[in-house]
Design a protein around this ligand. Structure first.
Ligand code: FES
Length: 122
């Protein structure tokens, strides 16, 4: 049902935790399954120098959070804003259809953290 990559990121998630003094924090949830994702970013000169997540959710939510952090780490804010759930799913070598919403949550959490960063920078 799950690709090896999903299982690997679920068993061994990257960038778990939180960032004290984060420059942006995004929290999103899915009302249907009740899962919650929280992302923290640190930004220097427009580049995401650190990103961490805390996810209270299913295995796919943990794997997609982990992959999303890997995909935006070291990227510019503009590049990170282009992250799509499709890119996360591709990097994980696929997800079952009923788990696609978990990847949507990961995309939304990154975008929420960036939007919080913009709010604070105002
Ligand atoms: Fe809802 Fe995975 S089942 S985020």
């Amino acid at each position: 049902m799950y690709s090896e990559k999903v299982m690997e990121h679920f068993a061994n998630p990257r960038n778990v935790g939180e960032i004290v003094n984060a420059d942006g924090i995004g929290e999103v949830g899915n009302a249907k399954c009740g899962d919650i994702m929280k992302m923290y970013i640190k930004v220097e000169n427009g580049i995401i120098t650190d990103v961490r997540f805390k996810t209270f959710g299913c295995g796919a939510a943990i794997a997609t959070s982990s992959m999303a952090t890997e995909l935006v780490m070291g990227k510019t804010i503009d590049e990170a804003l282009k992250l799509t759930n499709k890119a996360v799913v591709e990097a994980l070598e696929g997800l079952p259809g009923e788990k696609l919403h978990c990847s949507v949550l990961a995309e939304q959490a990154i975008k929420a953290a960036i939007s919080d960063y913009y709010e604070r920078a105002r």
